[in-house]
Design a protein around this ligand. Structure first.
Ligand code: UDP
Ligand code: MG
Length: 340
């Protein structure tokens, strides 16, 4: 909704993490540029608004392309991380970079899967008082059957284990500057942003959008990485698994107690047999449970170790904005638009 109340028109930063996306960048940049232009013309965002690409240590030409784009379009900026740090860290780097320049930020993937037109509704919701607006996929028909179902299981599993996150929401989201300010105080290295924003709180809402297919290239989230993200999400947000182990221990102890009574009674009745198979089964069962429990506890101990180091979560190696003044000089007096 265009701002008619005379209040400040917000500066929007669209934050886009990219990792090895040379096939996609040139194709989706016009979508973002057009949207930014359209929102600016409609008066719902300021002309100071920018698109901020974060190159997550790509090994292909992604950073070169981002630099070229930023030379061609004054509304495009980019930062490049010193190495690949993963989607969550790259996104955080972008949000922290945008924090001091923007009033609102929208994070989105660079592959064209998330519908840019949902931004209108997001900004409208912000005008109506929401500090966080979650983009929620209400249609996953373009995802593969496998991806759709593993994602469903992923959300259920996470929520059960205490990692509260918004159902069918990935990282397409509007966040106000105030929320970014609060996020900057969350120092954990074990990042799971979509579960951290609900923890920050404030007035939030969700809007639905249709998820499209990737325009080009292929996903960086195969099953292995999805599982890793799920484990990070659960262990980063909740200690429910440790509590479950305690309950499992209690249950097994109760069963063992019943087993002992049975064994003593069998000896007393003189009917004790050699029982090799049952002994082996019990030993294997308990061995399995103990190893799983150790693994879960080990996961938390490892995470605690990593957290205590307080290492930086990302290092910005380069910025395109360093030569922004020069670009502005070059393009002074020229209306800066986009190439369709
Ligand atoms: N991405 C990133 N660093 C990584 C992996 C992915 O910045 O190590 C970016 C990627 O370029 C994309 C977004 O994160 O913009 C989401 O990745 P992808 O589209 O591969 O995941 P999917 O949509 O299939 O879950
Ligand atoms: Mg994608």
């Amino acid at each position: 909704m265009p701002d008619t109340s005379g209040e400040k028109i917000p500066v929007l930063y669209i934050v886009i993490p990219c990792y090895n996306e040379e096939e996609v960048l040139e194709k989706t940049a016009p979508l973002f540029l057009r949207k930014l232009e359209e929102l600016g013309e409609g008066g719902s965002i300021s002309r100071e608004s920018r698109i901020l690409y974060v190159n997550d240590g790509s090994s292909d030409r992604s950073w070169d392309i981002i630099r070229e784009l930023s030379e061609r379009h004054a509304t495009i900026k980019g930062i490049s991380l010193s190495r690949n740090r993963g989607h969550q860290n790259a996104l955080l780097a972008g949000l922290m970079e945008a924090k001091d320049s923007c009033d609102i930020s929208i994070s989105i993937d660079c592959d064209g899967q998330d519908d840019v037109n949902a931004m209108d509704k997001m900004i409208e919701a912000w005008h109506q008082g929401a500090e966080i607006v979650y983009g929620v996929r209400d249609d996953r028909s373009t995802d593969t059957w496998f991806k759709r179902n593993t994602a469903q299981i992923f959300y259920r599993f996470m929520n059960r284990l205490g990692a509260e996150s918004v159902y069918n929401h990935a990282d397409y989201r509007l966040v106000s500057r105030r929320v970014l300010e609060e996020l900057s105080h969350f120092k954990e290295v074990n990042l799971f942003l979509r579960g951290m924003f609900p923890l920050i709180g404030f007035n939030s809402t969700a809007i639905g959008y249709k998820r499209e297919e990737r325009i080009a290239g292929k996903t960086h989230y195969p099953l292995r990485k999805m599982l890793g993200l799920a484990i990070d999400g659960i262990t980063g947000l909740s200690i429910k698994p440790i509590r479950l182990i305690t309950f499992m221990g209690l249950l097994v102890s109760l069963l063992s107690f019943a087993g002992i009574i049975y064994a003593v009674a069998a000896v007393a009745a003189g009917s004790a047999v050699s029982g090799w198979a049952s002994t082996v089964c019990i030993v294997c069962f308990l061995g399995g449970i103990q190893l799983i429990s150790l693994g879960v506890i080990g996961e938390y101990v490892g995470k605690t170790y990593l957290e205590t180091k307080h290492r930086p979560r990302y290092i910005v190696a380069e910025r395109t904005s360093e030569n922004e003044k020069e670009i502005q000089k070059k393009t002074a007096g020229v209306e800066i638009g986009y190439e369709a």
